[in-house]
Design a protein around this ligand. Structure first.
Ligand code: ZN
Length: 196
């Protein structure tokens, strides 16, 4: 891929913001360390896309009370992002364009963390003419990785916004390893300073 071609978002590109929700930010039910740092950075990417009338997608965890990932159901996480709860709201400081597309995921008890799992996301991207996903959000080694992996497997290109992701790092280095895995699979890392 020619980095110069990709240094500015253009036709065929779509911004995809993964799960920047209150429960993942300080004070939430499942805090991703330093997650609040990416909000202003994502806002700058939103400006870049919205200013060029390019599509912006946001995914959100939107869980029922009996979601399989919750400890009460044998999963590994505390209950989080319950449907229509305050914790499921997008971060207060995140500025989204009026025509943003919201992709709710994990909406049934067994649905997993990828933006592509039973959400209609693939069809929505194709309907919008998106071929390349510029991905940022939370958390790097879980829903960002799962979504990027599925996007690449479906033939989309992925630009990973490495300054606009944060990881849980339950095991030290989990986030860094996930970034390397995404690059190995074909994702192209990009930072805001790389954009002309
Ligand atoms: Zn979840």
């Amino acid at each position: 891929m020619d980095d110069k071609v990709r240094s500015v978002p253009g036709p065929g590109d779509g911004l995809v913001i993964i799960d920047v929700q209150r429960d993942f930010l300080p004070g939430g039910a499942l805090v991703v360390p330093n997650a609040d740092e990416i909000v202003p950075i994502l806002n700058r990417y939103v400006d870049r896309f919205a200013g060029r009338s390019l599509p912006v997608f946001v995914t959100r965890d939107w869980h029922p009370a009996n979601h399989c990932s919750f400890r009460s159901k044998g999963g590994r996480w505390p209950a989080h992002c319950l449907q229509a709860s305050p914790g499921a709201e997008f971060a207060a400081g995140l500025t989204l364009p009026g025509n943003v597309s919201i992709i709710s995921k994990g909406t049934t008890s067994q649905a997993d963390g990828s933006g592509f799992s039973g959400t209609g996301f693939d069809a929505a991207l194709r309907a919008a003419g998106v071929r390349c996903l510029w991905i940022g959000g939370l958390a790097t080694e879980y829903c960002v990785l799962a979504t990027a992996r599925d996007a690449l497997a479906r033939g989309f290109c992925v630009i990973l916004l490495t300054d606009a992701i944060r990881s849980l790092d339950i095991n030290p280095g989990d986030g860094a390893r996930a970034v390397q895995e995404m690059i190995r699979l074909g994702a192209v890392p990009l930072r805001r300073e790389d954009i002309a």
